[in-house]
Write a protein that binds this ligand. Structure first.
Ligand SMILES: C=C(O[C@H]1C=C[C@H](C(=O)CCC(=O)O)[C@@H](C(=O)O)[C@@H]1O)C(=O)O
Length: 278
């Protein structure tokens, strides 16, 4: 299904019945990330998987401001309004997790729960943000000068994804081919507009979140385990789950455990809502 919001076309994959679950993929990903979970989640959730701007079948506009993370949170707001959805569970992986946190901070009344896989609320200081933007700008130059295939070769080889080298060739190729289906301009503008250094820090906003949060990281992903540990202390109602022997993309490396953690968390939320708990 396609939605036009502010003149930009967004592709949205919608499967299943039940309470709305908005699914937000990572950088170089797409809504296809979540298809594998249809059997597990579509019984209890209406899975609404967005191709985030510059990714998948959504547009890759030239204007960088379209990609700003607060603007993209507003897009999710508009999408929910167009679908007559008042409140949803929001699940985000990595870049999608940063967008999920942004949406939760801007539109808390529209969130029932938040599920965050390997992500962060941004960088705390302007110095960190500037340094990260410079790093991400060099990635943009790599994409524009060397092309998408060269960039994907580089990207899949960064230390953060080293544990993915253990994946079956079929799984590894599926991720690679899905990265290669993206638009180079979309990835460049995504880094410039909504990269980790481009967004505001939401660290001081986490304490204001009043709905349940599930944090999921892989034990091999030390950086994002540290971030999850800190976020667990800052959120009022957060649970942190660590999946052993997994890296950054738990949904790829151990989809069974990931799917079960999400389903169990959502079942708990639904039960507590049905029994009138806040
Ligand atoms: C390399 C770092 O940050 C990048 C890594 C993960 C994020 C992501 O969405 C990757 C998804 C994937 O390729 O599976 C990405 C983001 O949040 O935009 C970060 O740029 C790092 O060390 O922080």
């Amino acid at each position: 299904m396609n939605f036009v919001i502010n003149g930009i076309n967004y592709h949205v994959d919608i499967r299943g019945n039940g309470f709305p679950l908005i699914l937000l993929h990572g950088f170089t990903g797409s809504s296809a990330t979540w298809a594998a979970f249809e059997n597990k989640w579509s019984m209890h959730s209406q899975m609404i998987s967005l191709d985030i701007i510059g990714h998948g079948e959504s547009d890759s506009p030239e204007e960088i401001s379209c990609y700003e993370i607060e603007h993209q949170a507003e897009v999710i707001y508009s999408l929910m309004k167009k679908m007559n959805i008042g409140k949803a569970d929001i699940l985000g992986y990595s870049m999608g997790g940063r967008l999920a946190i942004t949406f939760a901070v801007k539109y808390p009344h529209m969130v029932r729960s938040l599920i965050l896989e390997s992500t962060s609320p941004g960088l705390k200081t302007a110095l960190e943000r500037n340094e990260r933007q410079a790093r991400d700008f060099r990635l943009c130059e790599l994409i524009s000068e060397k092309g998408l295939e060269f960039f994907v070769d580089y990207w899949e080889d960064i230390p953060l994804f080293s544990s993915q080298k253990r994946l079956s060739e079929q799984k590894w190729l599926a991720i690679r081919n899905q990265r290669l289906r993206n638009n180079p301009l979309g990835l460049i503008n995504s880094l410039k507009g909504m990269g980790t250094g481009a967004q505001p820090s939401w660290w001081d906003e986490l304490i204001k979140i009043e709905f349940p949060v599930l944090l999921i990281t892989g034990s091999l992903d030390q950086k994002f385990c540290q971030l999850a540990n800190e976020m667990e202390s800052d959120f009022r109602y957060a649970k942190w789950k660590v999946v052993e022997a997994c890296g950054h993309a738990i949904h790829v490396e151990n989809p069974e455990i990931f799917a079960t953690f999400v389903s169990d968390f959502l079942a708990e939320i639904a039960f507590s809502k049905e029994n009138g708990e806040k």
